[in-house]
Design a binder for this molecule. Sequence first.
Ligand code: ADP
Length: 602
Amino acid sequence: MRKDNVTIKTLRLYHSFNKKYFPMSFLQIVFSSSSPYFNLWMSAEIVTALYEGRGKQAIFTLIAITLFGNLFIHIVGTLLSNAVSLQFEKLNTNESLAFNRKTLSLDYDKLEDPEVRTLRRKIEENSWTNGYGIKHMRESVNRLMSSAVKVVFSLIFFIEMLIKIIEVGFYWVGLVLALGMVSFAVLNYLWGLKVGGKNAKYWGIVHDMMLKENRISRGTGYYGLDGRIYRQADMIRKLEDKLNREHLAIFSKANHYSFKMGVLTLILSWTSALFNYLLVCFYCAMGAFPVGNVIKYTGYLGRFMGDIALLFDTLFRSFKENEQFLKLYLEYFDIPNDMYQGSLAVEKRSDKKYDIEFRNVSFKYAGSENYALKNVNLTFNVGERLAVVGMNGSGKTTFIKLMCRLYDPTDGEIYMNDFNIRKYDYRQYLDLFSVVFQDYSLLALPLGNNVSSAATWDAEKAERCLREVGFGERYDDMPKGLETPLYKDFDNKGVNVSGGEAQKIALARALYKDAPFIILDEPTAALDPIAEAEIYAKFDEIVGDKTAIYISHRLSSCRFCDKIAVFDNGEIVQVGSHEELLTDENGKYYELWTAQAQYYTK
Ligand code: ADP
């Protein structure tokens, strides 16, 4: 991406979120900017009329024009500003939606990629803490339009004055005074850039420190419960105090530059204004224009210089300053979804005959050196109950994620019914699986939405699924049944559910989907062993002719499975039934079983 394209590219993207906003905002700016010029113009006319001793009627007419003109500008301005606010709201909402949709549409491997997560976090943090990024764009564009419009307005009157000056002559005096005025204004601008650069550097550091302070309590995972027990609050407070002191020290440096900038700006702009008055008064004295025009021209010239400076400032500083933040934003929107989306239709089989085969599959996570799975070979057939066991980190969840094509293998292939799973239409392939992941999440929406994962639900089916997983009693207590909102994020009347209850809802959601494969990845971790045994026993019955895969720490829960695959360090080290595996006393399964048996055999 070329550096100078960032701003324009982002502007195009931003504009596409609501094509009405910028044109309407421009119209409003033209209108509201005209007000001071109109007033200066009218004041000049009134003063000249008074000076020239024109009649009362002429003066009253001018006053009436001024008053009604202002009223008109005010009314239209207010209407326009209302309309612009509405368009801004739409722009804002569409921008947030577009950002969220981009996140939702990312390939899963991109969504989970640590670099992509960091990128997203940076974009969000910048927008909260310093307002930089896409939102800053609106401000800069409006400032650019506003200063450009004002420069054009002033220019019209500047040219009018120039013509009058030329008629009078005394070019040398005019040139010297004009040069004085312009040079001081330019000096003022250059000074602003110089000190502004240093200033921006310090403010950048201040901003980074604010981010750090912000992250201490959130980003370190500080959590009230552990915080109380281990008295972490003191530690967090001390860390915060330290950062706070550093923050204030840098802040006062940044402030010092701001002050310096302010003082010199004052002197330089004052000097520029002095030349402005000398120039206009000189030509008025020479008879180039009536005395009332002094008000008009000094006013326009002062504004002209200010607006040119603002125009340059916006073009060369404001946009530039934001460029680094916009780059992140574009980078996020430019993340390609390059996961191969197959086109082969998944056969809808009433016999649910879908066989899966892993052929020498290995997998590495993005940014990770080590293989999470190594040379995995496994076949399992329709209707089978497969248990996947192994120590923490041995690759069980990764195995499931690859099977569901959340990631593609780094090496090797996965086949379903003789075709590489990459060939199947991605969405149709995903529809084959109901999975309850270890880190499943429920939504702060009504129970019905949670079970059906859709905007509407089949109440009878949803209720049946909830009862089948043992949620019946709790369900009967729910005040509004399936309409009961979960959690309180969106609704104060929402109910909080315990870890075990939440897992049951997640299980009911898996049943409701009614997919040919049902996979439970330690879905019962929050349940006590008795509840877990009940769920597993029941699940075997509920699952019926579906293919089921269970991952569990508790080996006893997996005894009933037809086949058990034992994972160790990313590899499948044993496959067999419970009885077969126990005969190998040197095997991993025997080791795991005997380590756990003490809990269950008594
Ligand atoms: P299990 O389910 O058996 O506990 P996982 O499949 O979750 O094991 O993890 C296998 C290995 O992959 C572990 O070393 C784990 O640290 C690593 N791993 C898991 N998820 C990620 C991820 N998103 N990024 C990088 N490494 C991961």
